[in-house]
Design a protein around this ligand. Structure first.
Ligand SMILES: NC(=O)c1ccc[n+]([C@@H]2O[C@H](COP(=O)([O-])OP(=O)(O)OC[C@H]3O[C@@H](n4cnc5c(N)ncnc54)[C@H](O)[C@@H]3O)[C@@H](O)[C@H]2O)c1
Length: 256
């Protein structure tokens, strides 16, 4: 098999959470282009239905939208069940859904702190665990990719997002722990830690862009598509010996 063939996902089925927009939406496109069938999981909103309709017209029969709240075990279980019922199997799980608020740790109440941990940590736990259970049942291994963040390694400034930084450090460690536990089933678990990426979430924060750029050696924010080589590599058979790794893509931010 040629090296480029190893990146192909033909015959594989993937679930991507947070697929309605931003990074998740680009992951869906990358996996569809590589030949996979993809279930788009996100909160039940217009983004999910519009994104799903857009991809279904480009890749007929290869997508399925599923309204899912990653903080609910029954919702995540239903996602796996619907995936297997529709596409027959599951090979790749991308735990990408994540949220952030901006508030100082001195002012933040417990509700806000826990809301962020619930999506960014418990949501990753529930998604990755449910995917792994199905992969173990299938007995053919699989690949799980967690979207963490450079905020799991550094504390960003000037915005105050300490609760988010804590959640992303937890997500990275959770991915590593799962990598160790699931290795005997040939299920690989890796995480990707993006720097500042121009998604719908970040685009409106123009005042901050100007403050961030001098902090980034490449002096610009990244584009979601600049992460896709890694999402594809980690999901595909090009990375069969990679597990427990976290890879930062941040234009050099965490290097200085
Ligand atoms: N954009 C960045 O600069 C950046 C940098 C580092 C890490 N990240 C991480 O990348 C991931 C995607 O970020 P983005 O910028 O594309 O965000 P985004 O806000 O554009 O998209 C987030 C998606 O997650 C979904 N979502 C939110 N809560 C959910 C829940 N409870 N259940 C299911 N889906 C839910 C939303 O519906 C949406 O589709 C997040 O985990 C984020 O923390 C983003």
């Amino acid at each position: 098999m040629s090296i480029l063939d190893k990146f192909k996902l033909n015959g594989k089925v993937a679930i991507v959470t947070g697929a309605g927009q931003g990074i998740g939406k680009r992951v869906v496109l990358a996996y569809l282009e590589a030949g996979a069938k993809v279930v788009l999981a996100a909160l039940d909103d217009d983004n999910l239905s519009n994104t799903a309709a857009e991809f279904e017209s480009q890749f007929p029969g290869c997508t399925m939208p599923f309204a899912c709240d990653v903080t609910s075990q029954s919702s995540v279980d239903a996602l796996i069940e619907a995936t297997v019922e529709h596409f027959g199997r599951l090979d790749i799980g991308v735990a990408n859904a994540g949220v952030v608020t901006m508030n100082g740790l001195d002012k933040m109440d417990l509700d806000e702190f826990e809301r962020i941990q619930k999506v960014n940590v418990s949501g990753v736990f529930l998604t990755a665990q449910a995917c792994a259970k199905r992969m173990i049942e299938q007995g053919e291994g699989g690949s799980i990719v967690v979207t963490a963040s450079m905020s799991g390694t550094v504390i960003n400034t000037p915005q105050k997002i300490g609760h988010y930084c804590a959640s992303k450090a937890a997500a990275r460690q959770l991915a590593k722990a799962m990598a160790v536990e699931f290795a005997e089933h040939n299920i690989r678990v890796n995480s990707i830690s993006p720097g500042y990426i121009m998604t719908e979430l970040v685009e409106p924060l123009t005042d901050l862009h100007a403050l961030w750029k001098p902090q980034i050696p490449m002096r610009r924010l990244g584009k979601p598509e600049e992460l896709m080589g890694l999402y594809l590599y980690m999901a595909s058979d090009a990375s069969t010996y990679m597990t427990g790794s976290d890879v930062i893509i941040d234009g050099g931010f965490t290097t200085v």
